[in-house]
Design a protein around this ligand. Sequence first.
Ligand code: DAU
Length: 329
Amino acid sequence: MNLDALTYAGSLNNLREVQDNPRHTFLRGDICDAALVRRIFAEHAIRTVVHFAAESHVDRSITGPAAFIQTNVVGTFTLLEAARESWANRSKPCRFLHVSTDEVYGALGPDDPAFTESTPYAPNSPYSASKASSDHLVRAYGRTYGLPVLTTNCSNNYGPYQYPEKLIPLMILNALIGKPLPVYGDGRQVRDWLYVEDHCDAILTVLDRGRVGETYNIGGGNEQTNLEIVGRICDLLDRLQPKQAGGSYREQITHVQDRPGHDRRYAIDAGKIRAELGWQPAHAFDDGLAQTVRWYLANQDWVNSIMSERYSEWIALNYAKRPTTDGNF
Ligand code: DAU
């Protein structure tokens, strides 16, 4: 049972692979709708919840934080309440897996050790604060009501079907249409990139074998600066789809005004999930990135369906008033 509100980032086109699968049912709805969520639990005898539903883009949380509190905090609370009620007299095992982010831990300095599951929470954006809040609710429902909860905190994902507001797909698509590649600030912020299928595999592993009540960090062990990432995308495109007028896509790189409260570095210590559950990423970054660039080149129909008026409105809101800087930091 796939419950999804199909907000701006959702699309039925993303579900084509499973649309004829008799084990998959799609239902359009909001996790904040308590009556709907309770009905689903009752009618489908739900015993496992994998809670992916979230507002997830940091820049949007800066321009409009309210939706983040609603979906991430109130929505998580609504799901937890429905599970608590429905599982009160459970006779079979149930599991509530909450999918969260490494951003709840705040920012690292260049020489700090990577985030572990015991790193104190220190969120810096409305987005990460809303996710931190939801993590605390999940933990509290486990401790107070004995709800069988698990939480995963993952690093930056990339791969097919990612909405082109995030760094990697935004840069691929901007490059192809000849637009500037807007690097925030000096571009030396560091993220730890993980291929989306590796994240899915980790979630399945935790669902299967994770210890109830525990949290698990998930990461690729692959730290790179934003400038390195954008450079690699340009190099791949130069090979796969050279510019007709000649030159490199790198010429489109433009430094722009930084994101307020921009976290300098994230890095995940995935030692716990590796040691306890035997999970590790299967995709090398070079292969995953090349696969991703090829996917966006081969799926122009999907790209066109996303490039709607709503998308242009977001791009104008986030980038039009962001002054270009000269790149000397
Ligand atoms: O760490 C996990 C998190 O990763 C997830 O919880 C979030 O949902 C996800 O959006 C992502 O957050 P980031 O803020 O790291 O991702 P984003 O793709 O927005 O940006 C990645 C880096 O690139 C970040 O340092 C900001 C920078 N950036 C981003 C955009 C969109 C730019 O320099 N220019 C841009 O236009």
